[in-house]
Design a protein. Structure first.
Lengths: 253, 219
C-alpha cells in the first residue's frame, strides 16, 4: 500500500463524507474504506457516560459493522467491564495498535481474556484511534481484521484521519430526518440500563421503586420504539447506539 | 456542550500592522503567552526575543491577529495568527511535506497558526469556551473579508478538535512525524452555511466579533 495511493483514497473518502446526507451513506463509505486499508471491520463509537447531564441537541452515537456474534457477547459477557480498548482510549491521545496495547495500559488477565474473546469472534488484529473533543465528546475509531495481516505503524495516521473526519460526519448527520435517534424517557433509560446488566423485572422493580407491571411496560415500550422483538436485542441496540455505555455496565450494582 | 452560563464571554480585537500601535500591552502579552505555551510548556524549538517574547519570521506586517481579551481587564486570553498564503508561511516554507500535492495558495486563503490560549485562563470550561469562540471569530472574520478557506497544521490530538468544529474540512496530506510527533495539515472551507452550523452547535446567536467596535472606539 503506497503512501500516495492511500492518501488519495483518504481524500476521496473525506470528500464522500462531506457530501453524505444520510448516516447509511457513511456506513457504506466506511465499509469500503475499511477494506481499502486492509481491514474488515470498523467501529466509530462514542464513549459518553449517559449518567452525566446531556444537552437536548446532543445524542450519543455509534456506527459499526462488527460481527453480530461479538456484539452479543459484549453485552452478556461479565468481562465487558474490562474492555481494554475502551480503557486504553482514556489513556491515549494518539492511535495505537491492539498488539501494542501494553505500551498504553498494563493488561489485566480479564482484559486479555476480552481480547482473546474478540479475536475468536473475528476481531483478530486491529488499531484504534481515540477521538477527544474536550467539552463535547470522547470516542474512538477502530479498525479490525478477522485474519492475520501485516500491520505497520504507518496505518496509525491513516486510521486517525479516517476516524476524525468520520466522527465529524456522524455528528453532522445524527439528527437528519432519515435517521431520527430513538428517544427514551429517563425512567425508560434506567430500566434499559438495569436490563442490560441482566436484572429481572422483579429486581428492577425493587431497585427503581416501581411495580413489576410498570417495569414490564417500560421494557415493552422501549422494544417497540427501537423495533426489536427481544430484550437481548434491546440491550444490544442500547449499547451500540450509545444509550448504554460501558461505564454504565461497569458501575457497581 | 460546555456549560457556559457562568463564564464570561471574551471580546475580540483584530490587530494588524496599521492598528497595532493601539494595543501595545495586548500584543506584548500575546507574544509572552505564546512563549509560555509553545516554548516553556510544549518545548518547541522556536526563537525567543529578550527571553520573554515568542516572535518568529512570520510575525511581519502582513500578519493579522485575532485576539480574544477579557472584557474588564483587557488581558490577552487567546489569539491566532493569520498569514496570507500568497506570501511565505509555515506550510510553504517549513512544512511543505504535510501537503501531498501542492500547498494551497490564493488571495482568499489564509493560514492560521499559533493558536494560543493564555495560561491565565483557568479551568477546562473556560478554555473550551475560548477555543469555541475563537473558531466562530475565524468564520465571522472570513465572511467579512471574503476569505474562502484557511489552512492549518496540528498534532494528532488537536487535529480531531480542529476537524470537529462544524466547518467543512479536508486533509491536505497524511499526518507526518515532526520532531517525534505526528502532525497533519488540513484545509478549512468557509461555506455559506458554516457560521449557522457552528453557532447552533455552540448554542450562540450573537456575533462574537461585534464587541470589536467598542474597543477601537474607546482606544
Amino acid at each position: 500500500m503506497s503512501s500516495p495511493g492511500i492518501f488519495s483514497d483518504v481524500q476521496a473518502y473525506v470528500r464522500g463524507l462531506n457530501a453524505c446526507t444520510k448516516i447509511e451513506h457513511v456506513a457504506d463509505l466506511a465499509d469500503q474504506m475499511t477494506r481499502l486499508i486492509g481491514f474488515r471491520y470498523y467501529a466509530f463509537s462514542h464513549h459518553v457516560d449517559v449518567r452525566l447531564p446531556t444537552v437536548d441537541d446532543y445524542a450519543p452515537f455509534s456506527l459499526n459493522n462488527y460481527p453480530e456474534a461479538w456484539l452479543e457477547r459484549v453485552v452478556y459477557l461479565k468481562s465487558y467491564a474490562d474492555d481494554p480498548i475502551h480503557v486504553a482510549c482514556a489513556h491515549s491521545l494518539v492511535p495505537f495498535r491492539w498488539d501494542k496495547l501494553t505500551e498504553v495500559i498494563s493488561l489485566k488477565a480479564a482484559q486479555q481474556a476480552v481480547l482473546d474473546e474478540a479475536s475468536r469472534a473475528g476481531l483478530h488484529q486491529g488499531v484504534t484511534s481515540p477521538i477527544h473533543l474536550p467539552g463535547y465528546i470522547s470516542g474512538s475509531a477502530s479498525f479490525a481484521s478477522d485474519r492475520a495481516i501485516d500491520l505497520s505503524d504507518e496505518i496509525l495516521p491513516v486510521a486517525h484521519c479516517i476516524g476524525a473526519f468520520s466522527f465529524e460526519a456522524l455528528r453532522r448527520l445524527r439528527n437528519t430526518p432519515s435517521r431520527q435517534p430513538v428517544q427514551f424517557t429517563g425512567r425508560m433509560l434506567d430500566v434499559i440500563r438495569w436490563l442490560s446488566r441482566g436484572k429481572s423485572d422483579t429486581d428492577m422493580a425493587t431497585i427503581l421503586g416501581l411495580s413489576r407491571h410498570t417495569v414490564n411496560d417500560y421494557v415493552e415500550e422501549a422494544k417497540r420504539r427501537v423495533g426489536v422483538a427481544s430484550r437481548r436485542e434491546l440491550a444490544i441496540h442500547a449499547l451500540y447506539s450509545g444509550h448504554v455505555t460501558f461505564a454504565d455496565l461497569m458501575a457497581d450494582s | 456542550m460546555t456549560d457556559t452560563s457562568n463564564l464570561k464571554e471574551p471580546e475580540f480585537a483584530l490587530i494588524n500592522s496599521s492598528n497595532r500601535f493601539l494595543y501595545p500591552h495586548l500584543v506584548d502579552q500575546m507574544h509572552e503567552d505564546r512563549r509560555k505555551v509553545f516554548v516553556d510548556l510544549l518545548k518547541w524549538n522556536i526563537p525567543v526575543i529578550d527571553q520573554r517574547y515568542e516572535i518568529d519570521q512570520f510575525d511581519v506586517d502582513s500578519a493579522v491577529y485575532l485576539v480574544a481579551l477579557d472584557q474588564d481587564s483587557k488581558d490577552h486570553l487567546a489569539s491566532v495568527r493569520l498569514l496570507p498564503t500568497l506570501k511565505p508561511h509555515l506550510l510553504s516554507e517549513i512544512f511543505p511535506q504535510l501537503c501531498e500535492t501542492s500547498v494551497p495558495k490564493g488571495a482568499n486563503i489564509f493560514e492560521i497558526t499559533r493558536l494560543t490560549t493564555a495560561p491565565r485562563v483557568r479551568g477546562k470550561a473556560h478554555r473550551n469556551l475560548l477555543r469555541d469562540r475563537m473558531a466562530l471569530a475565524l468564520v465571522e472574520h472570513a465572511l467579512e473579508h471574503g476569505i474562502a478557506a484557511y489552512t492549518a497544521q496540528a498534532h494528532l490530538a488537536w487535529l480531531s478538535q480542529l476537524v470537529g468544529f462544524g466547518w467543512r474540512t479536508e486533509p491536505l496530506g497524511l499526518p507526518q512525524p515532526i520532531d517525534g510527533q505526528l502532525v497533519g495539515a488540513i484545509e478549512i472551507f468557509i461555506d455559506p452555511w458554516t457560521l449557522g452550523v457552528m453557532r447552533t452547535r455552540q448554542g450562540v446567536i450573537h456575533s462574537v466579533l461585534e464587541n470589536r467596535e467598542r474597543i477601537s472606539q474607546a482606544a
